[in-house]
Design a protein around this ligand. Structure first.
Ligand SMILES: *Cc1c(COP(=O)(O)O)cnc(C)c1O
Length: 382
């Protein structure tokens, strides 16, 4: 007997796909993608120098309201760059959440820093200001304007919350706590392109915010990422670090620190610029689908993740909250076997062998969510 037959039928109906496999999320190309990529090829400027890179950066800065944007090869190295450019050093600590995609925490490791995990809120799936505050009160002291972890003796330099599936974490409260405790706030907004809180784009609350343009994200450049900031000096530093720290010169190879080859190629930016032109349309379609899901699942008494007050969510991936782990597994099995792709939310980072010995708070909410949340097909409906 099937428990979720009606769910399978509804999703097939919404996607006008009575038989074929329905993926979780596919890119939507209906604008100038081929035209711009083709122009890029004709120009021969397919690598990291070219007009599309500049135009794409300008377009993201305008859309998000940030002063500057620096694009790079993917969302993971966007976080890595943001961390090191903001001054995170070897053996320092970065506070993050255990319920996230592995990239957030891998990037902390690339910076040779150590992650510390605090809980998330059940209603945002993002870092909990309450958990962060309790952690800081119980475990840290401020010495000469530096936040010191009393247990490890190390400096805690940054705080890296993530906006899960495009839903805003309690970012204003997090910012206030970070300011009080001398922590740099960096937002992993990889999933939040097009999401706003009180009209302000996610990723623009902290000193730096990062995005991903992987093939499964709201808009894509194949592979790609971006960092936004209002700090001009920091933006110049990000660009410098992402281009092998080469001092601009017509022919000379001079470099003033160890840099990275992280700058986005022009051909990817060509795709990205075309995607930016379609972003409003994509968001409109995704919000419509979220509304249909909400009405349907509410009628079944299955909870869906909705935006909170003052939030404007991109609904990158829609999510349902099942009753318990058994129901979650049953839902996953039945839908995936019926060719309707579903994915559980992530395993907690604190369960991974690389991070299981890291310092952490009580993680009741993150654990609760990881046993119940499932993502359902969320592409733009054709
Ligand atoms: C997608 C994603 C990233 C970065 O991904 P890339 O594949 O490197 O572009 C980082 N953090 C989160 C939470 C993500 O979902």
């Amino acid at each position: 007997m099937s428990n979720f037959k009606n769910v399978i039928e509804k999703i097939r109906e919404l996607f006008h796909e009575p038989e074929e496999f329905i993926p979780l999320h596919v890119p939507h190309f209906s604008g100038n993608e081929k035209k711009y990529v083709s122009e890029c090829i004709d120009s021969t400027f397919v690598s990291s120098v070219g007009q599309f890179v500049n135009d794409f950066e300008k377009s993201i800065a305008e859309f998000t309201g940030a002063k500057r944007c620096v694009v790079c090869v993917n969302g993971t190295n966007a976080i890595h760059l943001a961390l090191i450019a903001s001054g995170v050093k070897e053996n320092e600590e970065v506070i993050t959440q255990p319920l996230t995609f592995i990239a957030t925490v891998n990037a902390i490791s690339y910076a040779n820093a150590i992650p510390v995990f605090v809980d998330v809120d059940k209603d945002t799936m993002g870092m909990s200001p309450k958990s962060l505050k309790i952690f800081l009160e119980e475990n840290t002291e401020i010495k000469d304007g530096v936040c010191i972890n009393k247990l490890s003796g190390r400096k805690i330099s940054a705080c890296l919350p993530m906006h899960t599936f495009g839903h805003a974490a309690r970012i204003e409260e997090l910012k206030e706590i970070c300011d009080e405790n001398h922590l740099t706030l960096i937002e992993d907004a990889a999933e939040a392109m097009g999401s706003r809180y009180k009209g302000k784009h996610l990723g623009s609350f902290g000193l730096l915010g990062t995005f991903s343009f992987n093939g499964n994200k709201t808009i894509t450049t194949g592979g790609g990422g971006a960092i936004i900031t209002d700090d001009e000096t920091l933006a110049d530093k990000l660009k410098h670090l992402s281009t092998q720290a080469k001092i601009p010169h017509k022919w000379q190879y001079e470099h003033d620190e160890v840099g990275y080859n992280y700058r986005m190629p022009n051909i990817n930016a060509a795709l990205g610029l075309a995607q930016m032109e379609k972003l409003e349309y994509i968001l409109k379609q995704k919000r419509q689908l979220a509304l249909e899901y909400k009405n349907f699942f509410t009628s079944l008494k299955i909870e869906v993740f909705e935006e909170r007050e003052n939030e404007n969510c991109n609904y990158w991936l829609n999510a349902v909250i099942l009753k318990n782990k058994e129901q979650q597994q049953l839902f996953l099995t039945e839908l995936n076997e019926a060719g309707v792709m579903c994915r559980p939310i992530w395993e907690l980072m604190t369960n991974m062998v690389m991070f299981k010995n890291c310092q952490k708070t009580n993680l009741d909410n993150a654990t609760w969510l990881s046993h119940r949340v499932v993502n359902i097909p969320s592409s733009v409906v054709k």
